[in-house]
Design a protein around this ligand. Structure first.
Ligand code: TRP
Length: 337
């Protein structure tokens, strides 16, 4: 049986949080453990630099943090190749060739890029490297001939764009070197975990997240300050379940728990206090986070071992990506000597 190839990754711009966990990490570990896939998991430091060029230290430091998060959630270097983007020179060269097959207006139409440009307030000063990151992402994916890219829903446009580049390349150079990937989205409803404050997205810049590295006290404190129903003042008041972040989280983290169904009913009728529901959520999250936290602390005692894993992974990834680059050069005809 040939294993299908998976490629995915994260920008090392901060520690990973529960949004990453439900949106992607959990799924990666499950896929890894089926034994049916060969996963490549990349720390996208070059992509991280596209809007942090003046702050490379931030990217540098978060390599270790993201590496720790990966190992903590159960990505296993024996089953998944964990590597660092900048250590694979073929990726930049592939990007160079793909850029000629994409128009500026096509990138401008990429909804994720559009949203980020707005969110980061670039106005007219968009770094060119940032603007073309979907093309570099196509290089990441195709260098490994990935069949599947498990990502959150905001990354779907990147996969679309990658598929277009693959088709353009293969037809322009009359080859079948590149493989068109499929996106693998999280189960319905798990695509995006809202922030603790009810904002649509859990994000570092909004400071509304629970991190995989947060200790039990911090998690408790964060849940206790979560946004609920502002009109649910007295315990006896009927409360609103819809839009209540504590219940939204319970739906995600304890989806078929009969106790949660009962609590919702009681909350809506009146007679159930927010603190009780929050305590329940704290327990649920603790059940998920404590094994992750323990593994993280264990690895954190020996950062050199984490770097060694990433080095070994990068060496293995380099062999694969170099081979694809070789084939790409041949297909274009850049084999002069
Ligand atoms: N864009 C992803 C993020 O924002 C990181 C990434 C870079 C990636 N290259 C990729 C994801 C290739 C999937 C496939 O975190």
């Amino acid at each position: 049986m040939t294993q299908k190839i998976i490629l995915t990754g994260d920008r090392p711009t901060g520690q990973l949080h529960l949004g990453h966990y439900v949106g992607s990490l959990k799924n990666r570990v499950a896929l890894q453990n089926t034994g049916e896939y060969q996963p490549y998991i990349m720390i996208a430091d070059q992509q991280g630099l596209t809007d942090n060029a003046k702050n490379p230290e931030k990217i540098r430091q978060n390599i270790l943090q993201v590496g720790l998060d990966y190992l903590a959630v159960g990505l296993d270097p024996k089953k998944s190749t964990l590597f660092i983007q900048s250590q694979i020179p073929a990726l930049a060269e592939l990007t160079m060739y793909y850029l000629n097959l994409v128009t500026v207006s096509r990138i401008e139409r990429n909804p994720t890029v559009k949203a980020e440009i707005k969110q980061k307030k670039f106005e007219r000063s968009i770094p060119a490297g940032f603007f073309i990151y979907p093309v570099s992402q196509a290089a990441d994916i195709t260098a490994f001939k990935a069949d599947l890219v498990p990502v959150g829903d905001d990354q779907q446009p990147m996969i679309e764009q990658t598929r277009e580049i693959v088709h353009a390349f293969n037809s322009t150079y009359q080859t079948d070197v590149l493989v068109a990937p499929e996106g693998l989205l999280p189960e319905k409803g798990l695509g995006r975990l809202p922030g603790l404050d009810g904002n649509a997205k859990m994000s570092k810049s909004l400071n509304n997240g629970i991190y995989l590295a947060d200790d039990a006290d911090v998690v408790k404190q964060k849940v206790m300050s979560m946004y609920t129903d502002p009109n649910h003042i007295k315990v006896s008041d009927p409360g609103q379940v819809e839009g209540n972040m504590v219940f939204t989280y319970l739906d995600v983290f304890a989806p078929s728990d009969p106790e949660v169904a009962k609590m919702k009913e009681q909350y809506a009728k009146g007679g159930l206090g927010d603190v009780k529901v929050k305590k329940y959520l704290i327990d649920v999250l603790d059940g998920i986070l404590s094994p992750i936290r323990e593994r993280r602390e264990e690895y954190a005692k020996d950062p050199a071992s984490v770097y060694a894993i990433l080095k070994e992974g990068s060496e293995a990834a380099n062999v694969v990506a170099s081979q694809t680059l070789h084939e790409v050069r041949e297909a274009i005809g850049l084999n002069y000597f």
